[in-house]
Structures are given as structure tokens and as C-alpha cells.
Design a protein around this ligand. Structure first.
Ligand code: MN
Length: 311
């Protein structure tokens, strides 16, 4: 995923009460030849991250092909979780893999990597593209790509699913992460369930099919429900059952500067990454199979980039 939204129009709606907040999705065009529109819920205007999760796009369901040419990342992990369709991933480490539902791609950019993502036209595509902010030490380190085809199953009364990163209850994914967090896709049975939470985590709930009620709020596909730390269990009721994605983590301690496909800690760090990408610096490396095609960096805004803060 390449982020074309360099000057975001932020209009998420907050409805306070019960400690939870509903963050409305905004439609963002991905651009490109066969561009599609995605629904973005993170970063939200008053909430840049949930745990280390700093970016959440839901794409589809749509039978549109997607071609995202080589583009760079720094300071983050990309987490790609398809719900239907297939995505071919190629990167500067030489990875060339096809990703299918139930499988995870997780790419750690460290201080720089480039990748491309292509889907076949005519195939129904539905999935999530997430970014996880890296702690400073990992952000200064090398890059890494993992595909996980066998992920641990989480089951409890009224729920069954997969923990794709981090931990839920006693179930832990083997994917490499750098801060305490969770990402899980869960199918809730009609009638609902109770999920085990960590009181030191904050959480987000994204419904991808069906409807649930959490903390007195009806949640349907589209918005992201935010739950602040302090909960050790989550009552999820659902009349007819639902499919949802649970995200969570320890509140991230650092203030981050996010611009285009970069997560950093200062204006200068972002400008240097942009300059290196535009110069074809070896920091990002070539992605084979695309000739000289790549996504150029957009112009920097005429101001100093500042950290996103919670409000
Ligand atoms: Mn990307």
C-alpha cells in the first residue's frame, strides 16, 4: 500500500461516552491506473495510533484490480491481511509471494525498504492494510519480510478466529513484532462472546461483516471502535453473528511524524528519506519485475512536519 493522502481531510466523528469512541472511516482514493478507493480509520484526527497500530485501510469488497508500483517505507511494519482475493507482493529483499486469505504478510521496513503489490483484475478483493509503528531502535535497523501461512487459532465460547500478530489470551502469533500488541480476525457466533483483554492495552474493533454491540454501541462495517486501556474483558453481543478484527497494544510512547509512506520522529528524518527515494538511493533497493516504474514521492508541504498528537 502506498499512501497518496499527503494532506488528509480529517473528518472523523467522535461520539464520547462509556470511554469508547467511534472513529468514522473516510474514503481515500489510492490513485494509479486501476485505482480503488479505500476506507481509512487510522490515523484518526484526534487519535494517531492504537497501541503501535498507526494506519488502517480497508479495501473492497470490490472486483477491481490493484497495481501499487514500487514505493518506499521507513519506520514501520506493513501488515497485509486479505479477507478475499489474492495479492502478489515483491520487495527489495527479493521476496516474491502471493498472499491469500488466512495468511499474513508482515514487512519490517527498518530504515528503508521498497515493495510493490498487485492484484488480478476481476477477482473480488477485500482486505486490510495496516501499519505498525516501530520503536526507535527497530526503525534504525535493517528490513525483514515474513509470510506466515499457518497462524494460531483462538477459540472460546461463541468465538473462533486467528491471531495474526501479537497475543490474545494465551494464543500468540509467531510473527515478528517489536512492541506488545494484538491483531486478530474473529468470527463471533450468534448471541455473542466475551473476549479476554489486557488492561494495559488499548483496543480497536473493526467489524468487517455483520453487526455487533460493544459498550452500548452498535458497530457495523465502516467505522473503528476505540476502547481505552483498563478493560480486562470485552462483552461482544451480536444477534446474528459477525466477523471482526480486533487490534490492540500498549499505548505507544513516542510522538511520530507521519508523511506519505514514512513514519519518523522528526521533519528532517522524513525529508532525508524522501530525498533518498527520489535519488534512487540503495537505502530502499530495487524491486524487480517493474522495469523503471515506481511511485515518485509527492512534493513536501511548505511547512515543517510535526508529530501527530492525541487530543
Ligand atoms: Mn506499501
Amino acid at each position: 500500500m502506498s499512501n497518496l493522502e499527503t494532506t488528509p481531510v480529517e473528518r472523523d466523528i467522535v461520539r464520547p461516552g462509556g470511554g469508547s469512541r467511534l472513529l468514522e472511516a473516510r474514503d481515500v482514493p489510492l490513485g494509479g491506473v486501476r485505482g480503488m478507493t479505500v476506507r481509512r480509520t487510522l490515523p484518526a484526527r484526534e487519535l494517531p495510533l492504537i497501541g503501535a497500530w498507526c494506519f488502517l485501510d480497508e479495501m473492497g469488497p470490490e472486483p477491481a484490480g490493484m497495481t501499487v508500483l514500487p514505493h518506499p517505507h521507513i519506520g514501520l511494519q506493513t501488515v497485509t491481511w486479505p479477507l478475499s482475493g489474492e495479492i502478489r507482493h515483491r520487495d527489495a529483499l527479493g521476496s516474491d509471494v502471493v498472499l491469500r486469505p488466512g495468511e499474513l504478510n508482515i514487512m519490517t521496513s527498518g530504515r528503508g525498504i521498497a515493495h510493490s503489490e498487485v492484484t488480478a483484475p476481476g477477482v473480488l478483493l477485500h482486505g486490510l492494510q495496516l501499519w505498525v509503528a516501530l520503536p526507535a531502535e527497530a526503525a534504525a535497523d535493517g528490513s525483514l519480510f515474513e509470510q506466515h501461512r499457518s497462524l494460531p487459532v483462538f477459540t472460546a465460547p461463541g468465538v473462533r478466529g486467528v491471531v495474526f500478530v501479537g497475543e490474545l489470551g494465551a494464543v500468540r502469533s509467531t510473527a515478528t513484532v517489536f512492541s506488545p500488541l494484538v491483531g486478530a480476525e474473529l468470527t463471533v457466533a450468534a448471541g455473542g462472546t466475551v473476549l479476554p483483554l489486557r488492561a494495559d492495552f488499548e483496543y480497536g474493533v473493526l467489524v468487517v461483516d455483520g453487526a455487533v454491540e460493544v459498550d452500548g454501541r452498535a458497530v457495523e462495517p465502516g467505522p473503528l471502535l476505540y476502547l481505552p486501556p483498563g478493560l480486562s474483558a470485552l462483552d461482544v453481543s451480536s444477534r446474528e453473528g459477525a466477523q471482526l478484527v480486533l487490534l490492540g497494544g500498549e499505548p505507544f510512547p513516542d510522538e511520530l511524524v507521519m508523511w506519505w509512506n514514512f513514519v519518523g520522529r522528526s521533519h528532517e528524518e522524513i525529508v532525508a528519506a524522501r530525498d533518498d527515494w527520489e535519488a534512487g538511493d540503495a537505502r530502499f533497493g530495487p524491486v524487480s519485475g517493474h522495469g523503471s516504474a515506481r511511485i515518485p514521492a509527492p512534493p513536501l508541504p511548505p511547512l515543517r512536519l510535526t508529530p501527530r498528537r492525541r487530543r
